[in-house]
Design a binder for this molecule. Structure first.
Ligand code: ACO
Length: 322
């Protein structure tokens, strides 16, 4: 039994920050951001919105799309690196909000690869026979961890949530591969709390997200096409056999480079970073829901999802759309 996606849902905060708006905060402009990244605007949370509240809204839509009740769900996995609380997990918070009383719930942190890691985790549980369905959610409140005075970072990241209900089925996920390179764990990082006990005195302000943009660009453009090819080869497919590629939405230039390396046209690689920015673990499920609602996914289509991000981590899945 493998994981089959049967429904999707998403949530984007109402607040929209355009590039022109950001140019009133830091020394930047629409032309620089658009030409370097492909981003025109992004959604940012209000005072009331949280990682858990966005995940809950996306989950409700996916459940309703699947015609399932919260109590039908056996497993909830939330992929996030911006949980509201260190404990409990966001997944438990979402479980409580939904009333998904029969679910086991936990978070998973693989940054921008998180949704693919969550999907393969559900798939492994299905293969083992332990669970028969799962609600998987990618959600981030990245605006909380960026330095709003650092123009090289604050123009990239954004907030949002995407969710999918997956069922154990004979069709669905065909192959997957995941990877990590902890040697490059400082290419993108945010420190948690500093040590704070009687042996470690002094002021300890919270840190912001740091990123080595050039290193991430090099990693993504080299590793993602390789990972996609290898995952397709496992089921005797090539990039030409794929109907749609749903890639992590970090940067338009990265996606264009991946398209060139794989020799596939950009119309097979939908992008939404122009209006969503980079939402890390939420980016693939947000794009998936958008593609689903636009009717871009047809029964029998071969779909590739590929994420890459902090860790460094990467992950690709090949699946048949039901
Ligand atoms: N507005 C205007 N100028 C800026 C801005 C800005 N927002 N940010 C940086 N600059 C300036 C720099 O100060 C620098 O000026 P200088 O030449 O006077 O020193 C100049 O622009 C060039 O800076 P670079 O950092 O070299 O810009 P680059 O062309 O490499 O683009 C970017 C930066 C977009 C981050 C690029 O490195 C990139 O695409 N990296 C990939 C990483 C990525 O997309 N990460 C997203 C998140 S990570 C993830 O999701 C896995």
């Amino acid at each position: 039994m493998r994981a089959k996606i049967i429904s999707t849902g998403s949530y984007l905060p109402k607040n929209i920050a355009t590039n022109d708006f950001l140019s009133t905060l830091v020394d930047t402009n629409d032309e620089w951001i658009t030409s370097r990244t492909g981003i025109k605007s992004r959604h940012l949370v209000s005072e009331e919105e949280t990682t858990a509240s966005m995940a809950y809204e996306a989950a409700k839509k996916a459940l309703s799309d699947a015609n399932l009740q919260p109590e039908d769900i056996e497993l909830i996995i939330v992929a996030t690196c911006t949980a509201d609380t260190l404990v409990p997990s966001t997944a438990c918070d979402v479980q409580g909000r939904l009333g998904a009383v029969n679910a086991t719930a936990f978070d998973l942190n693989a940054a921008c690869s998180g949704f693919v890691f969550a999907l393969t985790t559900a798939d492994a549980y299905f293969q083992s026979g332990m669970y028969k369905n799962a609600l998987i959610i990618g959600v981030e409140t990245l605006s909380r961890i960026v330095d709003w005075e650092d123009r090289s970072v604050c123009v990239l990241f954004a907030d949002g949530a995407g969710a999918a209900v997956v069922m154990a089925d004979e069709t669905g996920l065909m192959s997957a591969s995941l990877g990590s390179d902890g040697d490059k764990c400082h290419a993108i990082y945010v420190k948690s709390r500093e040590n704070n006990n009687p042996f470690c005195p002094g002021e300890k302000p919270m840190d912001h997200l740091y990123m080595d943009g050039a290193a991430v660009f090099k990693f993504a453009t080299k590793t993602v096409p390789k990972s996609i090819r290898e995952t397709l080869e496992k089921v005797n497919l090539t990039p030409d056999d794929v109907d749609l590629f749903l890639l992590h939405q970090a940067n338009m230039r990265i996606n264009q480079s991946i398209a060139k390396t794989l020799k596939v046209p950009m119309d097979k690689i939908p992008c939404n970073m122009d209006h969503c920015g980079n939402t890390s673990g939420a980016s693939i499920p947000l794009l998936l829901d958008e593609a689903n609602k636009k009717g871009l996914l047809k029964s029998g289509d071969t779909v590739v999802m590929s994420g890459f991000g902090a860790g460094l981590t990467w992950g690709t899945v090949v699946l048949k759309w039901a």
